[in-house]
Design a protein around this ligand. Structure first.
Ligand code: SF4
Ligand code: SF4
Length: 440
């Protein structure tokens, strides 16, 4: 056998094997129609590559096939087209008030002092918020996807979180231990992973991302927030693929609550670990003590990029993550933001936006929002859909092509997307073909 023939058959074998692996993946994801499509593709490929060519005119067809596939592979993986450069916004003193966030607003009870003082500052929000308050409550029987046992379980998990609020901060060991920043960064990252995080990174804390006033933390509503910590340790926890795939049913909300609980536990224990070394550290946990905005600090710490759907998209898990963070003064080495072309892919994709039942996700270009270029997101519309469903929806997270399982095939596609504009177009077309453009 000649060398060319050998390479030709090995290449055909690798492609067939990859398609077979993909079929197994799709099967495990429960995508029967996609299994059928790729199985037909595999049969056609084997027939064309190994049989038909041989029967008709081996040499010519082998050269044509080989050239076509080689060019395709090169265009898919080599840098083709432009990629946006990474930018870190400078702290310009414009901070967000936590009282303006959706959950903080919706918790205000009509007639209370906080309610009256908030709508005195923001009268334009009163009607919108009152209408939302009048809708069926989350996890209650009027919601479209209400399931008693799951709803009770979710409420229980959120209560456990609330009950641990006092643990976010504590006494610092007066006997400070001295470390070099490189080794202590390694120790802290290892500890964070040991505690259960899936990814971890460190950044300088951009003061723009510290809320200006507290709404749901350890201090009284409306207290000005001062957090002078120099560093933020941000981490992510993966959400289970099968649970996310059940969105917008309550399964995804149950998974969200479970992973928030886990993130809370990790951040509380990590902050305590640092305080025991003699340095201040505060845990930032969902629903009870976020002094900072997690997606942008996680971006700064290199955990992912911000996508059109307003979630941080991680390289490994896409939007299927929950975030947690600890701010501290222990001397650390920082990571850098990463780019794997989420921005470029989101420009052409629109899958979240096209599938969002409430029309909350922008189809337009990015806009400058508080000095940061972002896609517009209508948080009130999104939340009103949550109230209608009784769950936290998650359809956008489910349909996002970055949310697929962290498998060999999807990782190869991610490499292509991150390098080549050709790969981004082909991958989007492939995603629509295999998984469908719109979900039912
Ligand atoms: S959670 Fe649902 S309603 Fe909200 S943006 Fe995503 S798809 Fe739209
Ligand atoms: S679905 Fe598409 S447009 Fe939306 S965040 Fe994911 S990649 Fe970006």
């Amino acid at each position: 056998m000649e060398l060319f023939d050998f390479i030709y058959y090995v290449l055909g074998g690798i492609i067939s094997l990859l398609l077979l692996l993909f079929i197994i993946n799709l099967f495990s994801e429960g995508k029967q129609l996609a299994v059928l499509k790729i199985s037909i593709l595999l049969i056609l490929f084997i027939f064309h590559w190994f049989i038909l060519d041989y029967l008709i005119y081996p040499a010519l067809f082998m050269y044509i096939n080989f050239s076509f596939v080689s060019i395709f592979i090169m265009l898919f993986f080599l840098p083709v087209g432009k990629k946006q450069s990474i930018s870190i916004p400078i702290a310009n003193g414009v901070r967000v008030d936590e009282r303006d966030t959706m959950f903080a607003r919706i918790e205000l009870k009509p007639g209370t002092e906080n309610y009256n003082s908030y709508y005195k500052i923001r009268p334009e929000m009163k009607n919108i918020d009152d209408k939302l308050r009048a809708m069926p409550k989350l996890f209650e029987s009027e919601g479209k996807h209400y399931e008693k046992i799951k709803a009770e379980n979710i409420i229980k998990m959120f209560q456990i979180e609330e009950n641990r609020i006092a643990e976010v901060d504590g006494d610092v060991n007066p006997q400070k231990k001295y470390y070099d920043s490189k080794s202590i960064t390694k120790v802290i990252k290892e500890q964070c992973l040991k505690l259960g995080a899936d990814e971890v990174g460190v950044a300088l804390l951009n003061k723009n991302y510290v809320y200006s006033h507290q709404a749901r933390g350890t201090k009284p509503w409306g207290t000005e927030i001062t957090n002078n910590h120099k560093y933020v340790i941000a981490f992510s926890v993966e959400m289970d693929f099968d649970k996310v795939a059940k969105a917008p049913k309550l399964d995804i909300t149950e998974e969200t609550a479970k992973k928030y609980l886990k993130a809370q536990d990790i951040s509380i224990n990590l902050a305590k670990f640092i305080r025991d070394m003699g340095y201040p550290a505060v845990a930032h946990v969902s629903g009870s003590n976020y002094e900072i905005m997690l997606p942008p600090v996680a971006y700064d710490a290199g955990l992912g990029e911000l996508g059109r759907m307003n979630y941080l998209i991680s390289k490994k898990f896409g939007g299927r993550i929950r975030l947690g963070a600890v701010t501290t003064d222990i001397p650390l080495e920082t990571d850098k933001p990463v780019s794997f072309a989420v921005n470029e892919f989101c420009e052409i994709c629109m899958k979240c936006s096209n599938n969002c039942p409430s029309g909350s996700i922008s189809k337009n270009k990015k806009e400058l929002i508080r000095a940061v270029a972002k896609w517009q997101f209508n948080v009130e519309q999104c939340y009103s859909y949550w109230r209608y469903l009784g769950s936290d929806c998650g359809i956008c997270m489910k349909v996002c092509p970055f949310s697929h399982k962290n498998s060999l095939i999807h990782n190869l596609v991610r490499i292509g997307i991150s390098n080549s504009s050709f790969a981004r177009k082909i991958s989007l077309w492939g995603d629509d073909f295999i998984y469908g453009k719109k979900i039912n």
